[in-house]
Design a protein around this ligand. Structure first.
Ligand code: GRG
Length: 306
């Protein structure tokens, strides 16, 4: 098993590659592919995009490309596009009409730093420009693979995935209780779908076959669940400075969480169970060096809360 320092080193290396790509080719670059972007919009996009996220989703995409013997350099525009989708979701999630959060990634959220209209448009720009970046992979990878990956990513980010999950989250907010199955389904859509699709897209870009994609999907599903349970636990027990946002915001906002439904101990047990599911899903690739990183990443996600 890979130790935490080695996992963090790989994450940091891939984060830097993604950030370099975003700096040079991303939607805050001015001009974007020769076209001028209004400076105020570019500033708001850059503010949120370059605010020091972990770049977990692009790292998953690149790692799965490597696992299936693809050239991860050629997948870089796709990975950068995924981070744009993720950043858009955070900007919109923080808006007054949604979670109304004043801080994100340790800084004032986008609508606090700029204004609401600018934050809405920065999110819209990131979402749309993400598809420009992802489709530009077809310059160096087979167009059919790129199309399959975009198709998968669009499904995960849209109404049957992240946006649908966010809608359910808003509906459940303020309720006394909901069934555990409803909480799991909501999180599978809101947080899990994008994490899982990041894994699947990396594999698709490398040309992975259907049987392989099933294992990737199982890993991504379990990782997404472990990540969300850990996030809920950290919201109760975590350190505000380390998280870059106040703790306890879930209960203050009337959110139902894993700890509020199950208690902390059972939530930790469930996170560990999902970690084991993620590890098992990739057991057929145990001989591959990349597998140690991916399995270690699943451990890292839950170790933070055990
Ligand atoms: C507004 C359409 C729309 C969707 C919002 C994902 C999401 C849906 C909202 C985020 C709310 C939230 C805090 C969810 C918990 C899990 C999560 C996505 C945490 C943030 O992801 P990290 O930890 O963030 O990967 P960094 O900053 O490292 O990129």
């Amino acid at each position: 098993m890979m130790d935490e320092a080695a996992i963090k080193a790989i994450l940091a290396r891939d984060a830097e590659r993604v950030e370099t790509y975003l700096t040079n080719q991303g939607p805050q670059g001015n001009p974007l592919h020769g076209l001028e972007i209004p400076q105020g919009l570019a500033d708001a996009v850059a503010y949120s995009l370059m605010a020091g996220g972990k770049r977990l989703r692009p790292a998953l995409c690149l790692s799965f490309t490597r696992l299936f013997a693809g050239d991860d350099e050629k997948a870089l525009p796709f990975a950068a596009g995924i981070e744009c989708i993720h950043t858009y979701s955070l900007i919109h999630d923080d808006l007054p009409a949604m979670d109304n959060d004043d801080f994100r990634r340790g800084k004032p959220s986008c609508h606090k730093q700029f204004d609401e209209a600018t934050a809405i448009l920065a999110g819209d720009a990131l979402l749309t420009d993400a598809f420009f970046l992802m489709s530009s992979c077809a310059e160096s990878l087979p167009a059919e693979r790129v199309l399959q990956a975009i198709n998968r990513m669009a499904l995960a980010a849209g109404s049957a995935g992240m946006v649908g999950g966010q809608f359910l989250d808003m509906q459940y907010t303020g309720k006394q209780s909901i069934p555990l199955a409803a909480l799991r389904e909501m999180h599978a859509m809101k947080t899990g779908a994008l994490l899982q699709a990041s894994c699947l897209c990396g594999a698709l870009l490398a040309g992975a076959e259907n049987e392989e994609l099933k294992k990737v999907a199982a890993y991504g599903r379990a990782l997404g669940a472990a990540f969300q349970i850990a996030d809920d636990i950290l919201d109760e027990t975590g350190d505000a400075a380390a998280m870059g946002k106040p703790v306890g915001s879930d209960s203050a906002n009337g959110k139902i969480t894993y700890p509020s439904l199950l208690g902390l101990d059972e939530s930790r047990r469930l996170a560990e169970e999902e970690h084991q599911n993620a590890v098992s899903a990739l057991e057929p690739y145990a001989h591959h060096a990349e597998c140690a990183f991916l399995q270690g990443l699943a451990a890292y996600v839950v170790q933070r809360v055990q």
